[in-house]
Design a protein around this ligand. Structure first.
Ligand code: ZN
Length: 542
């Protein structure tokens, strides 16, 4: 039962003669009934031919052509096709079902049609033929199963060779002539796309092979099917001369003939010019597209928490100079390793609310951090599993500790970064003084409130940060006398304040500084971050 009308007949005739497959014919007839594409393609071809030979209007859907799903008819047809008149070479070329469904006289009856049904379609290059069916669905399902992802639904994405657009355009022009002559109306946008038809056919088959998982249009899990057709790659090349500004070399692409560029060029080129450079209808290919490896991709999962760093020789991120590692580990690697393996992710991006120097500890409640996990094969861990994961991290090293570990959304992650400059941070510094001091000498510092500093970019970071003067505020300070040359200085500051430079003055680049306040040289021996006052991620109650 094909939803076709009498007016489609000349188009069908023309497309079949040009070497289009049955499903491409349906596409150009703008058939949007999905079930029509799911019929075996050889059956559809028979129905199309029967429709053409049927002169009576409207009888197409239950025409003289027997339904080949009927076993009796099938065996009858098979007997017909195996008559002695059949040349053996031709029989060998046809696959058994095609032979069964196609009595010889049909092809002869429809004048000018290609009599060999096993040819590769000139438009879809085989994609809607044997590359679209149970065999392909099994291949996709096996590839997905082998990678053992955790998912409820999946979206099928299809990547087609760019030259398919050129062939589609050529075929469209071929049909357009006919449409014009007959005074018919056909809009190019109404033609069903190859991709669309492929999905209509494949989604259900893939779902079935994967045990009934929903194949939908939007999902966190994407299964990519890619087709290439090296034999016809040069189809696009003439467009580069007719439309040079559409094909600018880009960094990451192997070829300038991307699908987007080709589509753009085809929108620009006039019909006359196109027809001067490209055959209409397209030339017959000798082989089908090649199906590339199935690509699976799960959208990122985001994990956040807070970390403590107890070690004065651990950088936050891997420390590599001239390709050589300077420290054997880093905060992010210690945290990431167990998380990556729990989520079976391919990689990660780590970010945190500020960062500390390699020799600075982060104590108290810790520093908020978030990680984007790339292509996680597992995406859901419940609260208990997250707690276990946190324990695994904490048992793996005594240099760091993690708390409040949780899965967050991508949006939530930006909360950590927003308003970072306005947040306050608390520090404890161990300060050395050149002049001997007593408790009374430093007591006045406890009374200093809202001290504004002008900080010229510190010498130690000048190689990676622009030279500027930044104003930062020390909200409050407190002192704890240790001995005549040492005391502990507690500071509550605006985020982004350079504490080391405030203490030693950075050759007068930070003003005012502790040397000026105490009227003696001072230096910083140790620094700890006591708290980072960002109320994200939310604390997890035990
Ligand atoms: Zn086709």
């Amino acid at each position: 039962m094909l939803p076709l009308k009498e007016k489609d007949k000349p188009i069908i005739q023309k497309l079949l003669s040009a070497g289009c497959c049955a499903r491409c014919v349906l596409r150009f007839c703008c058939v949007s009934v999905q079930a029509a594409y799911r019929q075996p393609q050889q059956e559809t071809l028979q129905k199309l031919k029967a429709f053409l030979t049927d002169t009576e209007n409207g009888k197409c859907q239950d025409s003289a052509q027997p339904d080949s799903t009927d076993e009796n008819n099938k065996s009858h047809d098979a007997a017909v096709s195996e008559t002695p008149e059949d040349p053996p070479s031709k029989r060998a070329k046809l696959d058994p079902s095609a032979a069964a469904a196609q009595p010889e006289e049909d092809a002869a009856a429809v004048g000018g049609l290609k009599d060999d049904d096993s040819h590769v379609c000139v438009v879809c290059l085989g994609i809607l033929q044997e590359l679209c069916g149970t065999v392909q669905a099994v291949k996709i399902a096996e590839a997905v199963k082998a990678k053992s992802y955790e998912f409820d639904t999946l979206v099928l994405s299809v990547s087609l060779p760019a030259q398919l657009c050129v062939r589609e355009h050529s075929c469209w022009l071929h049909v357009k002539k006919e449409v014009r002559e007959k005074g018919l109306v056909l809009d190019k946008d109404d033609v069903i796309q190859v991709k669309e038809a492929f999905k209509w056919i494949m989604q259900g088959l893939v779902a079935k092979e994967l045990g009934g998982v929903a194949v939908v249009t939007k999902s966190a899990f994407e299964v990519g099917v890619e087709f290439t057709h090296p034999q016809t790659d040069t189809d696009c090349h003439f467009l580069a001369t007719t439309c040079p500004d559409c094909f600018k070399p880009t960094k990451n692409k192997q070829s300038v003939f991307t699908r987007m560029a080709v589509v753009k060029a085809l929108e620009k080129i006039s019909d006359t010019k196109f027809l001067q450079h490209y055959p209409c209808p397209p030339a017959q290919p000798s082989s089908s597209c090649i199906s590339q490896d199935i690509q699976c991709l799960h959208v990122s999962v985001f994990v956040a928490g807070r970390y403590n760093k107890f070690c004065r020789s651990l950088p936050q991120t891997p420390w590599v100079i001239d390709g050589e590692r300077r420290m054997e580990s880093s905060v992010e690697e210690l945290i990431a390793a167990p998380i990556l393996s729990a989520f079976r992710a391919d990689g990660f991006n780590f970010s945190s609310s500020g960062r500390e120097d390699v020799d600075v500890r982060t104590l108290g409640n810790g520093r908020p951090f978030a990680m984007e996990l790339l292509n996680p094969h597992r995406s859901r861990l419940n609260k208990v599993e997250m707690k276990e994961l946190q324990e695994t991290i904490n048992k793996s090293s005594d240099k760091i500790r993690v708390r409040d570990l949780q899965i967050v959304t991508r949006d939530a992650m930006s909360r950590m970064k927003e308003g970072e400059e306005e947040k306050t941070k608390s520090y404890t510094a161990l300060v050395w003084t050149q002049k001997p001091i007593q408790t009374e000498d430093i007591a006045f510092i406890d009374d200093i409130k809202e001290l504004t500093l002008d900080q010229k970019t510190p010498l130690r970071v000048l190689h990676r940060r622009a030279l500027a003067i930044r104003q930062r505020v020390i909200h409050s300070m407190n002192t704890r006398f240790l001995d005549p040359h040492h005391f502990y200085l507690g500071l509550k500051t605006q985020a982004g304040t350079y504490i080391k430079e405030f203490v030693h003055g950075d050759f007068g680049r930070t003003k005012p500084n502790l040397c000026q306040l105490l009227k003696t040289d001072t230096d910083i021996l140790e620094l700890d971050v006591e708290s980072v006052d960002v109320d994200w991620p939310p604390a997890i109650l035990e």
